[in-house]
Design a protein around this ligand. Structure first.
Ligand SMILES: Cc1cc2nc3c(=O)[nH]c(=O)nc-3n(C[C@H](O)[C@H](O)[C@H](O)COP(=O)(O)OP(=O)(O)OC[C@H]3O[C@@H](n4cnc5c(N)ncnc54)[C@H](O)[C@@H]3O)c2cc1C
Length: 401
């Protein structure tokens, strides 16, 4: 790719990690990042739990399993080098019912296959030693799970790209992608920029942007809002690190958890409510065009038929603090609805296949000169630097895609 211009759509953590990787691997290649917002990391990257996952959950052999483990190590090293916040506060995945214990043991086997560093099964006494206000029948303790600030990391990746001669075109919503002889024209309204290659990392808009380039409509992105409750400061000290439930294996979401942030605040969340707009950060946000797109996708109806009960439960939690805190109180009974107030929210870009399956793994593929990141949900922030390596390997023909 030497002396080429590579365009990247999306200045989230994935797009800028890829931009940075190009400047390192291919000095001389010009990178231009197109971002519709007026700053970087506005969407998923700026609205997440800030957790650097250790790779516990992911199917062995999947891209998530591979890229999360490698990505976590790379993020750790990058934060150390750049003096960015990184706190290995550790995490407990807590089983509170016998069914949870069975699922937890299956998870432990999976984590073993994924070589999660330092992971141990602990009993009720050790749970108390690690998190004095948490109760459970058993738990997995991951001492290397960490917290960080993904916005600062993304800004730093952006500085690296610009420092290497690249450009970040803010307030440039890409509206047209046209293949021209020997290249691609990327346009926003009347302004067009010619690039030799294009990488699409448009998060919650990734299916629509890939569609501009002639890619398949599927998988479609369905937006799942994740709402957080902030614990009032007097109670925040009850939580030392990260406390998670054992996840329901039917869903790619990890369940409402207690999250310590690098700024010292602690929150509970996120839930997973089907949003009525791709960038629907509030319950009242509705986009007719997004709803029409969802309704036209047969996968949406198949998913709804399969999971409507969970959907109703999540919606109840969105409407009532008491319902929101119900499952969290199974682990930490001392924090109740009176101790929290609504915090922020994020919207997850979750890919959905036509048959109604929520796509588990990262999905990245090539269409000639264009590479499209079609599914990069959690742990894509953790994995971003490893995803960047993978994408470049795909372009170089070293990996599938
Ligand atoms: C609630 C929540 C909690 C999470 N917790 C964690 C966690 O703890 N750990 C973890 O590893 N991951 C977590 N994730 C996942 C993680 O945040 C995302 O996987 C990651 O941020 C994806 O990065 P991205 O760059 O692909 O997407 P984004 O950050 O969404 O960036 C995409 C960018 O593309 C831009 N764009 C879109 N369309 C266009 C267009 N037409 N023209 C120009 N620009 C465009 C957008 O404006 C946006 O800036 C969480 C996500 C959510 C929502």
């Amino acid at each position: 790719m030497a002396e080429e211009t590579v365009g990247i759509i999306g200045a989230g953590i994935v797009g800028l990690a890829i931009g940075r990787e190009i400047t390192l691997r291919r000095p001389g290649t010009r990178v231009v990042v197109f971002e519709k917002e007026d700053r970087v990391a506005v969407h998923q990257t700026g609205h997440n739990s800030g957790v650097v996952h250790a790779g516990i959950y992911y199917t062995p052999g999947s891209l998530k399993a591979e890229l999360c483990t490698r990505g976590a190590a790379m993020i750790r090293e990058y934060c150390r080098e750049r003096e960015l916040p990184f706190d290995e506060c550790g995490k407990l995945v807590v089983a509170v019912t016998p069914q949870d214990v069975e699922r937890m043991d299956a998870l432990a086997a999976r984590a073993g296959d994924n070589h999660v560093p330092g992971l141990r099964r602990v009993g009720p006494e050790e749970i108390r030693e690690i998190e004095p206000h948490c109760t459970g029948l058993a738990a997995l303790h991951s001492p290397r799970t960490a917290i960080t600030d993904y916005v600062r990391i993304t800004e730093s990746f952006g500085d690296d790209v610009v420092g290497a001669g690249g450009e970040i075109r803010l307030s440039f919503p890409v509206t047209r992608i046209t293949e021209v002889t020997g290249g691609i024209e990327v346009a926003s309204g009347d302004e067009a920029v010619r690039v030799d290659r294009l990488i699409i990392c448009a998060g919650i808009q990734s299916d629509l942007v890939a569609g501009l380039a002639g890619d398949d409509p599927g998988p479609r992105i369905v937006p799942f809002r994740g709402e957080y409750m902030l614990i009032r400061p007097e109670k925040a000290d009850l939580i030392r690190g990260l406390i998670y439930p054992v996840p329901d294996p039917r869903y790619p979401f990890l369940g409402v958890h207690f999250t310590r942030r690098v700024d010292g605040t602690v929150d509970v969340g996120p839930n997973a409510v089907l949003a009525f707009a791709r960038e629907g950060y509030r319950l009242s946000d509705v986009s007719v065009s997004d709803l029409v797109q969802m309704a036209r996708w047969t996968g949406t109806w198949k998913m709804a038929a399969r999971h409507w009960r969970t959907g109703v439960k999540e919606m109840r939690g969105s409407l009532s603090k008491k319902a929101f805190m119900k499952s969290a109180r199974n682990y930490v009974a001392e924090i109740g609805p009176e101790d929290v107030h609504p915090g922020g929210a994020g919207v997850r870009a979750q890919a959905l296949d036509r048959d109604g399956t929520l796509v588990e793994d990262f999905r990245i593929h090539r269409l000639g000169r264009i590479t499209a990141v079609r599914n990069a949900p959690s742990p894509a922030a953790t994995s971003s630097m490893a995803i960047a390596e993978y994408v470049l390997d795909t372009i170089d023909g070293k990996r599938g895609g």
